[in-house]
Design a binder for this molecule. Sequence first.
Ligand code: NI
Length: 139
Amino acid sequence: MSKVSRFGVSLERDLLKKFDALIKKLGYENRSEAIRDLIRQRLVEEEWKDEKKESVAILGLVYDHHRRELQEKLTNIQHKHLSIIIASMHIHLDEHNCLEVIVLRGKVHALKKTADQLLATRNVKFGKLIMATMGAELL
Ligand code: NI
């Protein structure tokens, strides 16, 4: 565990009021934990700017499996990137719609490229990439 430092922050009263209202709504017990999370979030964003860095991501896709060749296209893309797609889960939402959750691990540029291919596949109704972190550099 690393040592804890304390520091003072000056900011406009109205800005602080808004921040306090927000963190209360989000369920934070105190400002420190909320600020720690903001900092971690920003550091993860920075990690994703380094294209050569190793990272992990979660990709969610919603699509109608009755759409011609769609399922096959999505599966083909995944088979072409075996080394970075480490897990996938398929949920049948109703008679037509499926949710696919794909976990990717590898270099940032490869993760983005593969995710973009899947997201851009025609007739995917919803797609979202969550860029996560290996966590080792965060406390
Ligand atoms: Ni399905």
